[in-house]
Design a protein around this ligand. Structure first.
Ligand code: HXC
Length: 259
């Protein structure tokens, strides 16, 4: 896989790839180049059958401090209108394999929005989540007003977005934004451990589960149930479903081949 400037790619054992945001001098601010690289990496990993789950992190100190404010300041309304960044965000959102965000330190603005593109968020106890755009005279622009409210509910989302106040890892856990809290130094390892567990499952079932869970954000219960049913029926035609059921009955470990 190719190398990038603003992100590091680390293909690990057992079907997991770790992507690390790598602009420590700017608190991993998400300049256009970084988003373009992230989008390119996800597009490449989509077609890499050896990778079944991705861990996304900013390292042990900071996840990401949001959009690059200096870059944003150089863009007027026309620039924002014709911005290529929504295209990159869309391809990150469309990545069909599971993504686990390992979040230490600040996840602010676009950084918080990026964590919400992940399927599971593991937070170090030092994590802080916030949407401070209101302090800059702007609003969240990569899904914050929509995804945060669906995740933590109207009361907390409105407080965070209207005041710009951050929440810590404990509040994020009790609000349902994060799945687990770890020591900061264990956060990435724990995310990798979970990713390796997911990578052992039947890949087609995993991708259908991700699609169905995401569907539930966007649709009525009856449409969501229809989507789930169609996915369930479709999976009945896979080798991996036959293997999974047979392995259970034969009291052995299944060997899934993604077919
Ligand atoms: C550009 C940034 C940056 C950012 C930090 N830096 N955040 N550069 N864009 N978002 C740079 C600083 O300018 C500084 O550069 C260096 O990183 C270290 O920052 P400090 O402030 O000195 O660090 P610290 O005291 O640890 O404070 C960290 C921080 C703070 C709390 C994260 O930097 C901060 O509040 N950043 C802005 C957060 C924010 O408002 N995010 C929302 C952005 S808008 P120098 O050169 O001085 O060392 C947004 C909209 C999304 O995300 C729209 C859709 C994409």
């Amino acid at each position: 896989m190719k190398t990038y400037d603003d992100i590091l790619i680390d293909k690990l054992e057992n079907g997991v790839c770790c992507i690390t945001l790598n602009r420590p001098e700017a608190r991993n601010a998400l300049r256009t180049q970084l988003l373009a690289e992230l989008s390119d990496a996800f597009n490449t990993l989509n077609f890499d059958d050896s990778i079944r789950c991705v861990v996304l992190t900013g390292g042990e100190k900071v996840f990401a401090a949001g959009a690059d404010v200096a870059e944003m300041a150089s863009m007027g309304m026309m620039g924002i209108m014709q911005d290529e960044r929504p295209k990159y965000w869309a391809s990150i959102a469309a990545f069909p394999k599971p993504v686990i965000a390992a979040v230490n330190g600040y996840a602010l603005g676009g950084g918080c929005e990026l964590t919400m593109h992940a399927d599971i968020i593991i937070a170090g106890s030092n994590a802080q989540f916030g949407q401070p755009e209101i302090n800059l005279g702007i609003i969240p622009g990569a899904g914050g007003t929509q995804r945060l409210i669906r995740t933590v509910g109207k009361a907390l989302a409105s407080k965070m977005i209207l005041t710009g106040e951050f929440i810590n890892a404990d509040t994020a856990l009790s609000a349902g934004l994060v799945a687990e809290i770890t020591q900061p130094e264990s956060c990435i390892d724990r995310a990798i451990e979970l990713a390796q567990k997911i990578a052992q499952k039947a890949p087609l079932a995993v991708q259908q589960v991700k699609a169905a869970l995401n569907k539930s954000y966007e649709t009525s219960l009856s449409d969501g149930l229809n989507f789930e049913r169609e996915a369930f029926v479709m999976l009945a035609g896979t080798d991996d479903r036959n293997e999974g059921l047979a392995a259970f009955l034969e009291k052995r470990k299944p060997e899934f081949n993604g077919k």
